[in-house]
Unconditional design. Sequence first.
Lengths: 299, 299
Amino acid sequence: MDFEKYLSEKKQLVEEAIGRHLPTGDEDRFSAELCKAIRHSVLAGGKRIRPILTIATTELFGGRVEDALVPACAMEFIHTSSLMIDDLPDMDNADYRRGLLATHKLYGTAVTILAGAALSFYAFEMVSRFQPVSKNGGNPIIPQLIEEMTRTAGLQGLLSGQLADVQSKKFKVNLETLKLISARKTASLITLSVRAGAIIAGASPHDLQRVTDFGKCIGTAFQIADDILDVTGDSKKMGKKKGRDLANRRVNFVSFYGLDKSKEELSSLLAESKSIIEVYGERGRVLNYMADYIISRDF
Amino acid sequence: MDFEKYLSEKKQLVEEAIGRHLPTGDEDRFSAELCKAIRHSVLAGGKRIRPILTIATTELFGGRVEDALVPACAMEFIHTSSLMIDDLPDMDNADYRRGLLATHKLYGTAVTILAGAALSFYAFEMVSRFQPVSKNGGNPIIPQLIEEMTRTAGLQGLLSGQLADVQSKKFKVNLETLKLISARKTASLITLSVRAGAIIAGASPHDLQRVTDFGKCIGTAFQIADDILDVTGDSKKMGKKKGRDLANRRVNFVSFYGLDKSKEELSSLLAESKSIIEVYGERGRVLNYMADYIISRDF
């Protein structure tokens, strides 16, 4: 199988769906201004890993790609919403994101706070309106998807993870807190992305559990890869400053484990993630590739 | 009918439901810190007008009060979430709310931004898990409720209304913008509160339209009453500073219409709201009282 081709086709599909689903704010100039900030953030690029994972998992369990597109875009919108909030002056105070000025640098703090919240609300709204074409699952999956999205984006996910991250500059972080930050800020939404795909396809509870375990492994691996990149990476390719964690006196996996042990941990998680989906054989090939892909950075 | 008794019974019911449904953040200290900020804001008091409206409308159309409680609390949580955001330094920069320090003054800006978003997410989450006891409506109403909640809280509601409000200090506001701010920041959630009650009770499209019109009237009336209070009210009773709009150079209905015309407009909206629900006769008595009640302030 030509994975490069698969990836570029799905990315194209996702970009088109994002283009169709992004709010425009035509109603008035205030919605329009929020939407300008939203569009800047969402269209700044990125690998679209989360939506592609949703699509890949839907396909794995025999669901229709068309049914995966709305929830897939919702994953990307929730992700982007959290980046807008994270970059705020009162949070990470980051000037750049994906090589472009951070949203608050272009549109101001007030607009970014409001647009960041609005983008997540819009992701939920989109899914609440979503009518899957196929009948397996159907409407009853909507409350479940929204319950998981709001929980993952909220108190028990991205938002409390971000608080822990912000506060980690102020106190000595132990391994438990470091893992909590990684679980909530990164692994949670990657896990939800594969779960959403499985839910859309009407996967069995066993299958749902399996992709959940897979998502947690690759989500944590993704965070470790990111932390390694912060130390060894090329600022230009990353589109953000190298050594930002160190500059912010923020503990990450590398500063905690050291570089060698971080790389070992990464390999071990990668192997574990692949063993979890081994049971699917050839059908699981795409997720197998995805595991490699999402941790493949320039190091 | 003893309306005072009705009101105090329903308020008691709402306070109990809020107590049961407010998140505690027992999982870890970061969720706990967000929840402390949330609880401070939600438990600071208020008349609980929105949840009582949801309950009253559910009863009007023969629904069960038990089924109204979760959506009713969700209305109050969305409302409180918007107040937390509005008071931020980059927005209204308000030090006090309901006679207590504003959330950001006690817990800081970062916590308040995160907790404010978390509280709305939690409102959606609560409703996504909600299983009405009665079968009229049932599960299919959940996506509809969430769609309306996210839209009202988001781009086409509270958030763009707040942006318009923040920016109204910087440019000359015309009547159209003033009405947009009032519609989005105030009338929209009051309208949703009555709509939610009707949806829960399985009301007909005609009835739903009628309470929507009623909600818009009393929502606008509420805003005008608030603006009158800003000029004539007693700071102590309000729990916030009198003349705050003037101090912020913010245009409101009184600065636009003058005091007399504002009072006229208020009376006319009140009369209109009552005429809309006249068709329900005795059954509509509670909403009739509610219209008087929500604009009854000390002026």
